[in-house]
Design a protein. Structure first.
Length: 364
């Protein structure tokens, strides 16, 4: 008579290796793994962080039933050894990661762990990466069991430029963590001053990619026709982001909007700012798939957005739930902002993948 296997031993072990900051890739990773059935899965998060106070901020979004470990971000070779140690000791059934910096290192270790499944997610288009990064993708991504592409165009890039078998790639548009968003909005109130101002909101890492410099220039033009406009920018402005923050502050002074732009820093509840804004602005030079734009549309706020990637045109119905602007064209963005803030409350019409769509990949 065979020995009965305990419920604990039957659970699949999932190791989620992500950066510790609250970025779009990290939020997606937690959204799709945090809700896995605890009777079927045993999820452990390994957060890779620097030394600033918000280096492990994503931990606040991780459900309490799951284990969390911190890994200090260090020299690549040392980090590779740390990852090897984790996989060797824990022996997860599946390893899941979402950014090139971590994807490549984990896939370099694939040959040592042939019985593990490695699932990775692409966070950006290939044209945004440097040659060294492209070589890493070319040499490691073929080792994955499954690659998640955020858009159809991203999948085609991997097939055409990296010569990866299309059967290894699955397109899954980012899901929205509706439960968390609804809870955050329910427990929050309108954060804006109760005056007649027209409030514009933007959210993201303070990096050149997010185009906040272009946004400030566009906003200075908006002020010419909407004198009572105010711009709020959400994003950590400390530590490694301080230098770019100083550049943006100088820019507000140079363009005469110093008193009309508020840098809010990192916010645990950015959704109340999105919901109660008159317009959300996506000023990115490039994106993978802009989560903050999808979240803003979900809470009913119209969007003014650069056409930075093709899917933006499929998400926004121009004139209905927002307005599109020519990529990196400041005047075009200011026109979109001026028109979008007059739309009032809208409804998201773009069909997103569900959390369940993502979770099925762990049972394959």
């Amino acid at each position: 008579m065979s020995k009965k296997i305990s419920g604990e031993s039957k659970r699949k072990k999932i190791a989620v290796v992500i950066q510790g900051n609250v970025g779009g890739a990290e939020r997606i990773a937690v959204t799709v793994t945090g809700g896995l059935d605890s009777q079927l899965y045993d999820v452990t998060y390994y957060l890779v962080g620097m030394t600033d106070e918000n280096c492990y901020a994503i931990e606040k979004f991780i459900p309490r039933q799951w284990k969390v470990h911190h890994i200090k971000k260090t020299h690549s070779a040392i980090l590779l050894i740390k990852f090897f140690g984790v996989l060797f000791k824990e022996r997860p059934d599946t390893v899941f990661s979402t950014t090139l910096y971590i994807n490549g290192k984990l896939l370099l270790l694939r040959k040592f762990f042939p019985n593990m499944k490695f699932i990775i997610r692409c966070e950006n288009y290939l044209y945004t990466f440097k040659s060294k990064q492209l070589n890493l993708i070319r040499n490691t991504y073929k080792n994955a069991d499954l690659i998640i592409a955020q858009t159809e165009e991203m999948k085609e890039e991997l097939i055409d430029r990296m010569h990866i078998d299309g059967k290894m790639i699955k397109v899954l548009h980012n899901p929205i963590d509706k439960i968390t968003i609804d809870k955050k909005i329910e427990c929050g109130t309108n954060p804006y001053p109760q005056n007649a101002a027209i409030n514009f909101c933007a959210c993201g890492r303070l990096t050149r990619q997010k185009g906040f410099d272009l946004l400030i220039m566009a906003f200075s033009i908006v002020k010419e026709t909407i004198p009572n406009a105010h711009l709020y920018i959400i994003g950590n402005n400390e530590g490694p982001r301080r230098e770019y923050f100083d550049v943006l502050r100088d820019l507000t002074s140079n363009y005469g909007v110093l008193n009309d732009v508020t840098f809010l820093g990192y916010q645990e509840n950015p959704y109340i700012y999105m919901k109660y804004a008159d317009c959300f602005v996506l000023s990115s030079r490039w994106e993978g798939l802009p989560n903050v734009m999808l979240e803003s549309l979900y809470v009913g706020t119209p969007v003014a957005a650069f056409q930075c990637i093709p899917i933006v045109e499929r998400i926004i119905n121009d004139g209905e739930d927002g307005f599109l602007a020519e990529k990196e064209n400041v005047k075009s963005l200011s026109d979109a902002m001026t028109k979008a803030c007059k739309l009032g409350r809208i409804k998201l019409s773009f069909k997103l993948c569900s959390v369940e769509d993502f979770q099925r990949i762990f049972s394959m």
